[in-house]
Design a protein around this ligand. Structure first.
Ligand code: HAM
Length: 429
């Protein structure tokens, strides 16, 4: 039996990979404009990093991680519990602490792109190896890392990126999940409210009601949803500084013209969030409609042994972004077919063809090179199948005269063009 890719993983093939490159290039451009710089962290980390940041009771840590015990010879790494990263924020904050980036001036603005791993039930838009494009703005409070201006800047940057990619019909859903103090009062209120109803809920909810009541909101069991609807909302438990912060974020977003809707039920499935939490959703994606998610994490650095370093960030689900892009009208124009196919005709012509290809490629033209063993008919058919714009016919006469027969494969029109004029002719659309 042929060997297949593991369930939930997939190959990204051309021409779709052109869309992935397009998305990544646009993201790099936008990140540069907002002065974010790239960081690359390891794909595996110690398991403890995720349990202490994302949280023991989250679905990610309790059910979805790819974890194993290392079996190195050295005592130092033997038996160490290692996990394929299910997300990148924990790794970035670990790197921030480990490399003492808090000693660098200002807020550290870092972006990343790469694969993440979660053992979820695979379906459209949900994979076990998936790709995120994310960014984090983190730093000491004195550098301004706590300011609502950072939240609004990150959200406005995302709106800019989606607009630039030609993705329309997105909705920004916004909430505040408060700070550690609010969380405590809210958790107490939740526990009290759950006392009478949790007996009718699923086993996960029963456990969470004890250990981490906020995580009850992650429950997907249909029968539990009407009960969850009756539970108190975190917005009722925010202290004044958190209310002020949230109001300031909204005020800046309104000033810059980024539309948003408030969603009091949005708590996000990771424990490290404080204050601003958000998701961008997109209509064309069906059940997995969150194209990206993020929020503020003012206590995360301290939770994993670092100094106080408030931050805010997001991760785009690149798989989902590409799906959304495929739905948009601009997708067709992104895949670039060859500008020309060079058809060498007859023995000894491959060298001439290679030389001409080399010249044209130096003008940034996309050239597909044929082979002298092909007859003209086969060359033209191949050029058409590859969707080349032109076919350049290179026989002995052309090689001698440096004048080439150039066929427009869309119109069928054929003209003779001197070698020196070829680049310009092929560049014009
Ligand atoms: P998250 O909401 O878990 O947040 O993931 C962010 C995005 O990754 C989701 O909105 C979704 O588009 C995509 N995603 C998640 N799981 C899958 C999957 N199994 N298949 C395909 N796409 C998926 C985080 O990961 C946080 N680290 C975001 C963040 C950064 N918060 C602050 N900074």
């Amino acid at each position: 039996m042929a060997i297949k890719a593991i369930r939930g993983t997939r190959d990204l093939l051309p021409p779709d990979t052109a869309l992935w490159n397009f998305v990544e290039a646009a993201a790099r451009d936008v990140f540069r404009e907002y002065n974010f710089q790239e960081i690359r962290t390891p794909i595996f980390e110690s398991t403890e990093l995720f349990s202490r940041s994302v949280g023991e009771e989250t679905d990610i840590v309790s059910k979805e991680m790819y974890t194993w015990e290392d079996r190195g010879r050295a005592a130092s790494d033997h038996g160490q519990s290692i996990t394929l990263r299910p997300e990148n924020t924990a790794g970035v904050v670990r790197a921030y602490i480990e490399n003492q980036m808090f000693n660098r001036p200002g807020v550290q603005k870092l972006f990343y792109m790469g694969p993440q791993f979660r053992r979820e039930r695979p379906q459209k838009g949900r994979y076990r190896q998936f790709y995120q494009i994310g960014a984090e703005a983190i730093g000491p409070p004195a550098a301004g890392s706590e300011s609502p201006a950072r939240d609004a800047e990150v959200l406005e940057m995302l709106a800019t990126l989606l607009d630039r990619l030609g993705i329309q019909n997105w909705t920004l859903e916004l909430n505040s999940v408060g700070c550690a103090n609010d969380r405590e009062t809210f958790n107490n209120a939740l526990r009290a409210a759950l006392k009478d109803v949790v007996g009718n809920m699923c086993d996960d909810c029963k456990r969470r009601a004890e250990t981490n009541p906020l995580r009850v909101f992650d429950c997907k069991v249909p029968a539990d949803q009407p009960i969850i609807e009756t539970l108190p909302k975190i917005s009722q438990y925010l202290d004044q500084p958190c209310r002020d912060h949230f109001a300031a974020v909204q005020q800046i977003l309104t000033a810059v013209g980024v539309p948003f809707t408030l969603n009091e039920r949005l708590v996000r499935g990771l424990d490290y969030y404080t204050r601003t939490a958000f998701e961008f959703t997109h209509g064309a994606l069906g059940a997995q409609n969150a194209i990206l998610g993020g929020g503020r994490y003012d206590g995360l650095s301290e939770a994993i042994g670092g100094p106080k370093a408030p931050g805010i960030g997001f991760a785009i689900g690149e798989d989902r972004l590409v799906l959304a892009l495929m739905e948009s009208e601009s997708a067709g124009a992104i895949v670039k077919p060859p500008d020309a196919y060079i058809a060498p005709l007859g023995d000894g012509m491959n060298g001439h063809a290679a030389k001409l290809a080399r010249e044209l490629r130096r003008h940034y033209l996309v050239i597909e090179l044929g082979d002298e063993s092909f007859r003209l008919k086969k060359s033209l058919e191949t050029a058409s199948k590859l969707a080349a714009r032109y076919c350049i016919i290179l026989g002995e006469n052309e090689a001698k005269s440096d004048n080439f027969a150039v066929k427009n494969l869309a119109t069928g029109e054929q003209v003779t063009i001197p070698r020196a004029d070829l680049p310009q002719k092929l560049q014009s659309k």
